[in-house]
Design a protein around this ligand. Structure first.
Ligand SMILES: *[C@@H]1O[C@H](CO)[C@@H](O)[C@H](O)[C@H]1NC(C)=O
Ligand SMILES: *[C@@H]1O[C@H](CO)[C@@H](O)[C@H](O)[C@H]1NC(C)=O
Ligand SMILES: *[C@@H]1O[C@H](CO)[C@@H](O)[C@H](O)[C@H]1NC(C)=O
Length: 179
């Protein structure tokens, strides 16, 4: 319980720190499109997603309402994480919480941290609602660092593969960023 409320506190303060980007606009905005694959690995000896809190009530099993997960998920250019040509780009680090009481709907709060490729050393902050059974889920790009300073935009997520047995998921993310 203490852990859960601390996370909510952290999330709440994070939300206040992320001020809306100044409405710069204009014709000089640079647009960047990035397509990559996000791998939530729940199974095996080295999972990249861990559950850190769960609600005490058990009448929410359908939506996992109240569960808090921490992720350090690999991001790759290609969909197959195991292929040597998948092209590891970085990590998605953060949390997602099950915020839907009656349907599975997540609040994603994560940084895409680039550790290779032309964006190596930069990051993009993403926050938004992820109703995982929808074909396309849209989330906000609320900021960035490095080459993505002052970024704003949106991300679209599409499930590539989801293994019901293991919980492993691969999701295609398309980021549309303006600066
Ligand atoms: C579980 O939730 C449903 C719908 O919200 C409700 O009808 C039911 O009584 C609840 N069951 C228990 C054991 O609380
Ligand atoms: C990747 O490899 C791991 C371990 O070698 C295996 O458990 C997993 O099922 C593989 N994933 C895919 C998508 O092939
Ligand atoms: C990414 O940048 C770091 C720091 O500059 C560097 O050490 C590393 O080798 C780079 N990684 C790749 C894959 O280019």
């Amino acid at each position: 319980m203490a852990a859960a409320s601390m996370f909510l506190l952290v999330l709440a303060s994070a939300a206040t720190v992320v001020a809306p980007a100044s409405a710069a606009g204009g014709d000089n905005d640079k647009e960047t499109h990035i397509k990559l694959y996000w791998h939530d690995v729940a199974s095996g000896a080295s999972p990249t997603v861990v559950e850190v809190a769960r609600a005490a009530v058990t009448n929410t099993s359908k939506s996992f309402f109240g569960a808090v997960m921490v992720i350090d998920d690999p991001l790759s250019e290609g969909p197959d994480l195991n292929s040597s040509s998948s092209g590891l780009l970085g990590r998605a680090q953060g949390t997602y919480i099950s915020a839907g009481k009656d349907e599975l709907s997540l609040l994603m709060n994560m940084n895409f941290v680039f550790q290779a490729g032309k964006y190596n050393g930069s990051s993009v902050a993403i926050m938004g609602r992820n109703a995982v059974f929808d074909a396309v889920r849209e989330m906000a790009v609320v900021g960035g660092t490095g080459v993505f300073r002052m970024a704003r935009g949106y991300a679209q997520a599409r499930t590539h593969t989801f293994d019901l047995k293991t919980g492993d998921a691969t999701v295609e993310y398309n980021l549309f960023i303006r600066q």
